[in-house]
Design a protein around this ligand. Structure first.
Ligand SMILES: Nc1nc2c(c(=O)[nH]1)N[C@H]1C(S)=C(S)[C@@H](COP(=O)(O)O)O[C@H]1N2
Ligand SMILES: [Mo]
Length: 391
């Protein structure tokens, strides 16, 4: 196909989706995939730093009636359902009466990189910019739960924000509600966050507070969080029982034939943590690299399953690997910058590649995943580059 490439030649030419830059309030120009609900991708160069600037942080909504202001004098965080003492906490109470805790954590959409799927699947065709890392500050979810007092019989906690809108017809889906098991260890790390990179959350990223669940996909990170409900039965609302399901198979992998058979057993994507990933940020292939000079290759790596312990670089399309250097460690849930000085042996086209290993020993595979939702992409990333005489 004759589409022009703006991120260089080669096997993965479009690092970001090919979409127009648009400016939304409190945001730098980002790449607009859809506008109802709003979905904006973060452009590649913003991944040169371990913390994604708030103004460049990606945006994803399912519904289109999103708040563009929240009055903090009347807003309350409600803890309700199967609790001893239902709570209605004002913003100041939340900030002043509970201990502030910070964590660096990656928020990644489950559909990040969905446009790579072969055969193609429906859903937003994300490039790689459906992710970001921030330092989140707020109150421990467990501390709030203790303050409300969980009654016995609570099986799940349901989270809901202020946005509304007609969801899929007839499914009772006009508010996004996501639930996690009360016993899920990920909840021990969860925060109700009111600061993002030490500033109030941008409206589009969930002002005044959002749930932060380090290690889990972004869909659980409910924005404009206003209701936390203790449930005595497993949540069967549309956003749990129908949407965001993955095959109950190793790595969530299946085939189109199995998916079409109607017999595929699925689980909620909350059952898994984000698989280990790494990315090449520079060089991006947009210009020819002068021959004879060393090339500084840099990118990010992260995993939902513990720290990244190793990043490897390949100069020959994944045939041989050398270890790259890791920069500062901002904690197990954060982006970690990696870098490598590459000395191309010859002029011509090269395909470089990167792969990461996490603390649990998970290594990025070179085989693509496939499932009908377009989730869990984490294959080895490549970049084609041309080395030649400067011109
Ligand atoms: N209230 C609310 N929270 C939400 C969503 C939503 O539609 N409404 N989308 C979720 C999904 S699918 C993702 S990937 C993340 C995206 O977070 P961001 O928009 O701050 O980047 O928000 C999550 N939280
Ligand atoms: Mo998402």
């Amino acid at each position: 196909m004759g589409l022009p490439s703006f991120t260089g030649p080669g096997p993965n030419p479009y690092w970001n989706g090919v979409n127009p830059f648009v400016s939304y309030p409190q945001k730098l120009p980002l790449l607009r995939m859809t506008d109802r609900g709003i979905q904006l991708e973060t452009p590649r160069p913003y991944f040169l730093t371990p913390f994604t600037p708030n103004a460049a942080f990606y945006v994803r909504y399912h519904l289109d009636l999103i708040p563009n202001a929240v009055d903090l004098s009347t807003w309350r965080l409600n803890l309700e359902g199967n609790v001893e003492r239902p709570l209605q906490l004002g913003f100041d109470e939340l900030v002043k009466n509970f201990k502030a805790v910070s964590v660096a954590a990656v928020n990644q959409c489950s559909g990040n990189s969905r446009s790579r799927f072969q055969p193609r699947v429906s859903g937003a065709q994300w490039g790689n910019g459906g992710m970001g890392n921030a330092r989140w500050t707020g109150v421990r979810l467990r501390e709030l739960l203790a303050s409300a007092g969980m009654k016995s019989g609570t099986v799940q906690l349901q989270f809901q924000g202020l946005d509304r809108g007609p969801g899929p017809e007839g499914k009772g889906a006009d508010a996004v509600m996501k639930s996690l098991d009360l016993t899920d260890p990920a909840l021990d790390d969860a925060l109700v966050a009111y600061l993002m990179n030490d500033e109030p959350l941008p409206m589009l990223n969930g002002f005044p507070v959002r749930l932060v669940v380090p290690g889990k996909f972004g869909v659980y990170w409910i924005k404009h969080l206003t209701w936390i409900r203790a449930l005595t039965k497993e949540d069967t609302n549309y956003w749990m029982a129908t949407a965001y399901r993955i095959p109950d198979t190793p790595k969530g992998n299946t085939t189109p034939a199995e998916a079409a058979s109607g017999t595929l057993k699925t689980v909620s994507i909350g059952h898994v943590r984000m698989p280990v990933r790494s990315f090449i940020v520079v060089p991006d292939g947009s210009s020819k690299l002068p021959s004879g000079l060393p090339v500084r290759v840099q990118g990010i790596a992260f995993s939902g399953d513990g720290s990244v312990v190793k990043v490897e670089f390949s100069e020959d399309d994944g045939r041989s690997w050398v270890e790259a250097a890791l920069d500062a460690d901002h904690g197990p849930h954060s982006f970690r910058i990696w870098e490598h000085t590459w000395r191309p042996s010859r002029a011509g086209t090269h395909v470089i590649a990167v792969r990461a290993t996490d603390a649990k020993g998970n290594v990025q595979p070179d085989a693509p995943v496939w499932n009908p939702g377009g989730y869990l992409w984490n294959r080895v990333e490549r970049q084609a580059l041309i080395v030649g005489a400067a011109s």
